[in-house]
Design a protein around this ligand. Structure first.
Ligand code: DI6
Ligand code: FE
Length: 435
């Protein structure tokens, strides 16, 4: 091995078409998907060291006596980012799924003590091992579809020890799997029954000692609140955002899922990373979000599951220059979805995103929604080598299939998670998370 020099690489992947998703202008102007055909990507350590044509890459690799990994016939995208999930929880809500199909509404079930509260009961009763095992099964399905970064919210404990346990399981997934995890404290998800008589006492605990304790333990990258008439008010959400600011924590807000409470404006006001759902959002809020750089995270699998009929005003959001991300919202109640590709498909078919917008929604804009845009989300020199390899003819195919998984390989931090398989499905190593 030669000493480190500008041109020394650890790996070169050549021959694939690359959807960089970068907004950088190519010499001939911006191209769809930031695509580079018959390309090569060089990796050094955990970063992208070089990007160019396959021919030039191969000749530079030969000069370094580096074996080239041939990816001819594949497309490479940035590793996908699921920027909104609640995937650590106990039990499931299949009974409510059935009730809803027999006529009950989500709100009715929620007010009758079902909904989030039923998952809270199951989550409090679950052992850490149970929580870990069920979350692992879900996260593996996301990973099999090219996901290299996932955001995981707490919010099914609603008491300090259980909220801590959820965030610890989330952290552990990131430490033991080839996956990056961002942890969000969603203490204001639902009012727990023991505080039924005194909401303010609950909000004060979440925004005060609980948040401080969890943050001190390194378990909180950001906070979140479900700002909705069946959950928390604008004033309560504001209290949380103020507390987050004083601790230097980022914020997301569940905004405008069932009604417009003004939460998207509030998100923009506080410079939140994202406002999520946004079926109900007005133009002033959209303009404020664009100005603040607050990303709109669209969650079409929740919209689909709740059989909602008013989609987010995508054209208006676009016109106002709001960045659009797409995520699964994986949760037991409103989005039992562990498929980021299905969420992308639904973002197109139900919300009218273009396939390119759906892909930027799970790459470049999802990275922004997590504040990770300097590290992740596009294939550019200096960014982390998180890549997904696909057997597709063109990138739009990622949003096109329903139930297909064309992912044939994943690189996380410069390391191939699966062998580059040219035919057949990748198999995740069964022993990947033996705790
Ligand atoms: N919005 C949602 O869609 C989920 N949480 C939230 O704030 C629903 C969570 C659940 O029903 O368990
Ligand atoms: Fe959610």
């Amino acid at each position: 091995m030669q000493k480190s020099g500008e041109d020394e690489w650890d790996q070169l992947i050549a021959g694939a078409n690359v959807a960089t998703m970068s907004l950088e202008r190519a010499p001939f102007g911006q191209v769809p998907y930031g695509r580079v055909e018959d390309a090569a990507i060089a990796v050094k350590g955990e970063r992208i060291a070089w990007l160019g044509t396959a021919a030039e890459g191969r000749s530079r690799a030969a000069a370094q006596r580096l074996t080239v990994q041939d990816a001819t016939g594949l497309w490479i995208t940035p590793g996908l980012i699921d920027c909104h999930t609640h995937l650590v929880y106990g039990g499931n809500r299949v009974a409510e799924f059935e009730q809803r199909l027999c006529g009950a509404s989500y709100e009715e079930i929620s007010r009758a003590g079902g909904g989030i509260q039923s998952t809270v009961r199951a989550t409090r009763a679950a052992t850490p091992a149970e929580l870990r095992a069920s979350a692992l099964a879900r996260v593996r399905r996301l990973m099999a579809e090219g996901v290299t970064t996932v955001e995981i919210k707490s919010g099914y404990g609603l008491e300090l020890p259980t909220e801590r346990r959820l965030l610890e399981v989330a952290r552990e997934l990131g430490e033991t799997l080839p996956l990056s995890v961002r942890k969000t404290f969603l203490g204001l998800h639902s009012l727990p029954p023991e505080f039924g008589a005194d909401r303010q006492a609950y909000v004060d605990r979440v925004c005060g000692p609980w948040l401080e304790a969890l943050a001190a333990d390194g378990l909180v990258d950001a906070v979140d609140a479900f700002c909705e008439n069946i959950a928390f008010t604008l004033a309560e959400t504001n209290q949380l955002l103020m507390a987050a600011r004083s601790l230097g924590l980022a914020a997301h807000i569940h905004a405008g899922q069932l009604s417009d409470m003004g939460a998207a404006e509030l998100a923009a006001q506080w410079g939140a990373l994202s406002a999520d759902h946004l079926e109900y959002v007005g133009e002033a809020a959209a303009a404020a979000m664009a100005a603040a750089g607050t990303v709109a995270v669209l969650l079409p699998a929740a919209y689909f599951t709740l059989r909602q009929t008013t989609p987010p005003p995508v054209a208006m959001l676009r016109q106002n220059g709001v960045s659009l991300a797409v995520a699964t919202d994986c949760n037991p109640g409103t989005s039992p979805c562990t498929s980021i590709l299905t969420a992308m498909n639904m973002a197109c078919t139900l919300f009218g995103l273009t396939p390119e917008e759906a892909l930027s929604g799970t790459t470049r804009n999802a990275a922004r929604a997590l504040g990770l845009q300097d590290e992740l989300g596009t294939i550019e020199v200096g960014k982390r080598a998180d890549l997904a390899f696909w057997r597709v003819e063109r990138p739009a195919e990622l949003s096109y299939g329903l139930g297909a998984n064309p992912c044939v390989g994943v690189m996380h931090r410069g390391r191939m998670r699966e062998a580059l398989i040219h035919d057949g499905y990748p198999t995740l190593d069964a022993g990947m998370l033996e705790a």
